[in-house]
Design a protein around this ligand. Structure first.
Ligand code: GDU
Length: 598
């Protein structure tokens, strides 16, 4: 750096570090001292931030990048020496006694949990312009993902408190990891909706920072093409959540408050909370340090496979192997067909849906050693086979599910397999890409995500004894989906299967063209026959019995063109909208006992 001595002391340190790490190119084009000083200051402010937000600092980032880039250049396989095999874990079947027992154990334990939502991603594949947590999970009620998550946590909090100590409730902490791409919009969404009923102090936002881009195999940091005093940055991945939680100090606060579990989840899975109580019950019963919620996975489906990896040197771990790596790993280890379905019609490797339950004590112990650093990877796009230069700059990345990679072999790492229909329906793909998904594999689109909620709720009611008419097949935006009755309920209405069964009695039936939205806690269905639309709103303390034959024109699903920009984007991406022709809607705002029987 020219005239190094003219810089303030902290900047001298950073400049020295950069030049020792082979980064002098960053300063080569700098103007003379006295010229463009403000930009130089801004440059060092950015370097200081990049340095402090990475465990081990920038020097460590550059060092790791060199090693990973060298491995990538020589084509070193990160799984070298490891043999994959199918691990054993807990496999649950919705609604049986085992499931019900785990659900009860999970609800009891929920007040000792904290929830962490990773929502720093923009969802480029979905091509939606807003933040994903603001998208309606379903359009019958228009409830967005974030609202449904918050209401689920509050419902768990209340149920857990009731089960274990009467009415007194412990507040379940809720953390949202955001990024520069999502932070302001997430905060706005919360503030303009009164935090969806949660106390603002119960919610903490932690913003992840981007990491420096790399121009070449020597890990020379890339300059922003539009600003020579700025280092180009890109997202580092959802693995950042661990170092952020660690450095925030929250983990120790939670530990001191007697919490035992941290539950991680992703931005757009409208079914997730149906799987949480039972999975948490598994964690508590089996004393798992790490419990990944998994589902049956179609071979080559774009979700990671949970795999036991055994090394020739004796090491062994249960870990997610990302979807693009599982197939080559299998082929390289004596499975010439790679990742294929077995006789069950599914891959023998359970699909990681990236909802993790970690036991807090061992988690803190591990992070104290690692500082929250997660094993990273690099994925450069090379110009040619010589692998000497990149098409565009690259960066290191990390994934939250790689947390177990540094754990000692004594750690209890398990998983819980749930029925896919119950637990997993993310919204990741745009209509065009979804329509191209191989037949039989899930679309993971806004269309399929919404239909999956109706399907799951219908199947749950069916299991609880309601006669549900069979679904019809319909095609929206080139995707063929099962359309079940559009049944939705507030999380507090039916948090567990036992709770749902308690609220249904006699002989109930719901026709395929029906819509039912239960927006209250104490709504009981008794000898109800529904053929049309029924909406019930009720406050806590209003006990409503619904029965008899309810029939009206109902709410119809109408196809819409996903390319029609006159329609709001959050609807367009579904390929349908709801035409609300006629409904029976009742609202109960006073406590007391009521009967609705037309
Ligand atoms: N995210 C961040 N920060 C980032 C990148 C992503 O917070 O820098 C968040 C996203 O908002 C989202 C979650 O991380 O909530 C996951 O992101 P993607 O949906 O883009 O994840 P992928 O589909 O690439 O894959 C992940 C896992 C897979 C599989 C899959 C299941 O890596 O193994 O489990 O989710 O949905």
């Amino acid at each position: 750096v020219k005239n190094l001595h003219l810089l303030p002391a902290d900047q001298i340190e950073l400049a020295k570090m950069l030049s020792e790490m082979g980064q002098s190119h960053l300063f080569q084009h700098w103007a003379e001292p006295g010229v463009e000083d403000d930009q130089k200051k801004a440059f060092f402010a950015q370097v200081a931030k990049l340095n402090s937000s990475y465990p081990g600092g920038l020097a460590s980032y550059i060092q790791t990048a060199r090693e990973l880039l060298a491995d990538s250049k020589t084509g070193k396989n990160p799984y070298d020496g490891f043999t994959p095999s199918v691990p054993t874990g807990e496999i649950l079947s919705f609604g049986d006694d085992n499931f019900i027992n785990f659900e009860e154990a999970g609800v009891k334990e929920a007040q000792n949990a904290a929830f962490v939502l990773v929502a720093g991603g923009l969802g480029e594949r979905l091509g939606y312009n807003g933040i994903k947590v603001a998208l309606p999970a379903e359009t019958t009620t228009g409830t967005c993902f974030l609202q449904s998550y918050i209401e689920s946590i509050l419902a768990l909090q209340e149920a857990s408190g009731m089960l274990t100590r009467g009415t007194c409730q412990k507040e379940i902490p809720f953390v949202i990891m955001t990024s520069d791409d999502t932070h302001t919009r997430t905060l706005d969404l919360l503030e303009s909706n009164s935090y969806f009923g949660m106390k603002p102090a119960q919610v903490k936002l932690l913003k992840q920072e981007k990491v420096a881009c790399l121009d070449d195999n020597d890990a020379r940091l890339a300059l922003d093409p539009h600003n020579k005093y700025k280092i180009q940055t890109k997202p580092h991945g959802h693995g950042d959540v661990h170092s952020l939680l660690y450095s925030s100090g929250l983990l120790n606060l939670w530990h001191d408050a007697g919490l035992r579990w941290v539950i991680f989840f992703q931005d757009t899975n409208g079914l997730l909370f149906k799987a949480i109580p039972a999975s948490l019950g598994v964690s508590a019963t089996k004393q798992y340090h790490v419990n990944s919620i998994a589902v049956q996975r179609k071979a080559k489906e774009a979700i990671g496979g949970i795999t036991r990896l055994t090394h020739s040197d004796g090491r062994s771990m249960v870990i997610n192997v990302e979807y693009n790596q599982l197939d080559p790993l299998l082929r390289a280890t004596g499975h010439p067909d790679g990742d294929v379905n077995c006789e069950t019609g599914y891959s023998p490797f359970p699909g990681n849906i990236n909802q993790l339950i970690l036991e807090l004590g061992p988690y803190i112990e591990e992070l104290t050693k690692t500082g929250g650093a997660i094993k990273e990877f690099v994925n450069p796009k090379y110009k040619d086979a010589s692998k000497t230069s990149f098409k565009s700059s690259t960066r290191l990345e990390c994934m939250m599910q790689d947390y177990p990679k540094t754990l000692p072999p004594s750690a209890r790492v398990g998983f819980t397999v749930m029925d896919t229909w119950l637990a997993y329906a993310p919204v990741k793909n745009n209509s065009e890409d979804a329509a191209k998904v191989p037949k039989g594999n899930p679309y993971h689109s806004a269309t399929s995500g919404e239909m999956a909620i109706y399907r799951a709720n219908s199947l749950i009611l069916k299991k609880a004894g309601v006669q549900m008419e069979d679904p019809v097949q319909q095609v929206f935006s080139g995707q063929e989906v099962e359309v079940w009755p559009r049944v939705t309920w507030k999380p507090k209405w039916g948090l567990t299967f036992a709770e749902i069964k308690r609220k249904i009695s006699g002989s109930c039936s719901i026709s395929q063209r029906s819509t039912m939205a239960l927006k209250g806690h104490d709504i009981f269905l008794e000898d109800l026959s529904l053929d049309g639309a029924l909406i019930i709103n009720s406050i806590d303390g209003a006990e409503v019995k619904v029965g008899g034959s309810i029939q009206n024109k109902g709410w119809l699903l109408e196809s819409i063109d996903y390319k029609d920009i006159a329609i709001p984007e959050e609807l367009r991406i579904r390929g349908f909208q709801i035409n609300k022709l006629e409904q029976l809607e009742e609202t109960y705002v006073e406590p007391g006992k009521f009967t609705l029987k037309p």
